[in-house]
Design a protein around this ligand. Structure first.
Ligand code: ADP
Length: 324
């Protein structure tokens, strides 16, 4: 079938660089003489018929802006087949022939269901700060979120040093360890606690004491947030009650989700947006744009699920070795 009109939406958590991807899709599609319809607030907006026609100037002056001009959401209804059937009816009624979904692994599951059940053409663009999608080395937003985390920890290090303090800095990333590892190694953190680590408080206390006794003025422990944000407070209490060590908690939270996208995020989002349109024009779907060995290319949507095969323990050890 020949595709004439593309719908585009963002879904799940927002990420810096989503706007660059939207811009690239809209401009590339118009260049190829296609129409683009922006769908506001993800799958939820699709079900509510929140559409806006996109033209060259709708994506002007957004390349540097964080967040997403289309806004995003989580949509529990999308998990049910009957809502996806409704969505296909709405899309057809609107004259939309294909969908570009910018989001994380959850959003891709939603896109895959649309393809599996209705063979509705979809292409995914990985947009999540968590960098937790399989078969791609990179997701849009990760680089900026890491940079924001590094800048924050550098500032915390200044005050930690001045007051000779220990800080538990909790970084975003849900079940993904990627941000914690990269921020930890790049800030010279004394320890990195991964999302599902059973915390060894005794070791943590010994490491801090050892640092102090060789004259260290500060210790930074990076805590990956895991399924529920705020686990740093539990660690803080145990350190105080069982090991008589005072640690301050700083939760970076949504600060890491905002901000102007880095050059890496802008560049890769631009390439991916362009490639997503080319895929649809060439009849290649369901696909996801990915980065493999430094190159942006396409892979089948079914290859992109939650990344779980990374050996982060090596990097955890690296941080500890270099901060001994
Ligand atoms: P992300 O895309 O950032 O991983 P979520 O996991 O919250 O974010 O998923 C975003 C949305 O994708 C969900 O609110 C839901 O609408 C849709 N979704 C997630 N998982 C599925 C699934 N298994 N089947 C259908 N839709 C899904």
């Amino acid at each position: 079938m020949s595709i004439k009109t593309i719908g585009i939406l963002c879904s799940g958590g927002d990420a810096p660089g989503m706007n660059c991807a939207i811009r690239a899709v809209v401009r590339s599609a118009i260049f190829q003489k296609l129409k683009v319809v922006g769908i506001k607030r993800g799958y939820a907006g699709l079900l509510r018929g929140e559409f806006m026609d996109m033209n060259l100037s709708s994506v002007g002056n957004i390349i540097q802006r964080g967040g997403t001009i289309l806004q995003t959401s989580r949509c529990p209804e999308w998990m049910k087949p009957e809502y996806r059937q409704t969505a296909v009816n709405i899309l057809k009624h609107q004259g939309i022939d294909a969908l570009v979904v910018i989001g994380g692994d959850g959003s891709f599951n939603g896109a895959k269901a649309l393809w599996d059940e209705h063979q509705f053409p979809v292409v995914g663009i990985p947009g999540t700060i968590d960098n937790d999608i399989s078969n791609t080395d990179y997701t849009i937003g990760f680089d900026t979120a890491v940079q924001t985390g590094i800048e924050a920890v550098d500032r915390i290090r200044d005050t930690a040093h001045s007051h000779a303090r220990t800080f538990l800095v909790e970084v975003m990333g849900r079940n993904s360890a990627a941000i914690a590892i990269k921020v930890g190694v790049c800030t010279g953190a004394e320890n990195i606690l991964l999302p599902h680590d059973k915390v060894n408080h005794q070791k943590l206390a010994d490491d801090i004491q050892r640092g102090m006794s060789r004259g260290k003025d500060s210790s930074i422990i990076i805590v990956a947030e895991g399924p529920t944000a705020g686990r740093s407070y539990d660690i803080q209490h145990v350190m105080k009650d069982m090991h008589h060590l005072d640690a301050h908690v700083c939760i970076l939270g949504h600060i890491q989700r905002g901000g102007s996208p880095s050059s890496n995020d802008r560049f890769i989002a631009s390439e991916m947006g362009n490639m997503a349109v080319t895929a649809l024009v060439e009849g290649k779907f369901p696909m996801v744009t990915v980065v493999q060995n430094g190159k942006v290319l396409l892979t089948d949507l079914k290859n992109c699920t939650t990344k779980s095969d990374l050996n982060f323990a090596d990097y955890q050890k690296l941080a500890e070795t270099l901060s001994i």
